[in-house]
Design a protein around this ligand. Structure first.
Ligand code: HEC
Length: 190
């Protein structure tokens, strides 16, 4: 998917044919306009502890688990989006309403995996040619270890191949131990 998308974008899709959200181009300006006032390093306001202009910090809110604000590929389960749509207690921004086109862009961006990478092709997107061991040990943040092969990095996830049934499973990088995150990046490096 991550390898195919850049090619699809440039070769098949004229700009008007379909929308593929690009974080820097489409999403960041919306957050800058509507959220940074109260959630950014720039203004020094970090309401409820959230900042959206420091991407290293923002990234920590994006993961496929119950506590993450944004679940890649699952807009309906993303609290971040829900509070912009619903009139609940913590509606964001507190006294304003994002336009439906902004909401649509954010929904698309989350559906597409909530990546900060731009859709432009990158040199690093070339398939890694090096030979990796078919099975490696991966440890998650809780210290649990599994054995699996490395397939690729996909946005904020590492795709692992399970040795028993060869199933490919995407696992959030942020939930791996630091050593395993580094292993995944080393495996993905050309
Ligand atoms: C005028 C200030 C202000 C603006 C603008 C603002 N927020 Fe907030 N935000 C707050 C405050 C205050 C809280 C804490 C609310 C609470 O905990 O009761 C908060 C809390 C949050 C939370 C945690 C909510 C929860 O349910 O735990 C998220 C996520 C959030 N904001 C996202 C955003 C996003 C996204 C935007 C822009 C679309 C935004 N905010 C704009 C002031 C703001």
């Amino acid at each position: 998917m991550s390898l195919l998308r850049p090619i699809l974008l440039i070769s098949l899709l004229p700009v008007s044919a379909g929308f593929a959200a690009d974080f820097k181009r489409d999403i960041q300006p919306i957050l800058e306009k509507n959220c940074y006032e109260c959630h950014s390093v720039k203004t020094g306001k970090k309401k409820a502890g959230f900042v959206f202009d420091d991407l290293e910090t923002f990234k920590l809110d994006i993961a496929d688990n119950d506590v993450a604000q944004i679940r890649p590929g699952k807009p309906a389960e993303s609290h971040f989006l829900e509070i912009m749509i619903n009139d609940g207690k913590n509606h964001m921004p507190p006294k304003d309403q994002l336009s439906s086109s902004d909401i649509k862009k954010i929904t698309e961006w989350i559906s597409e995996g909530a990546s900060f990478d731009s859709g432009a092709p990158k040199m690093t997107a070339a398939p890694a040619k090096k030979v990796l061991p078919p099975i490696m040990s991966w440890t998650n943040a809780e210290g649990k270890t599994i054995k699996a092969g490395f397939v690729r990095l996909d946005g904020e996830n590492v795709v692992l191949k399970m040795p028993l049934n060869a199933a490919e499973v995407a696992y959030p990088l942020a939930k791996l131990s630091e050593a395993s995150q580094k292993l995944a990046r080393d495996c993905a490096a050309p």
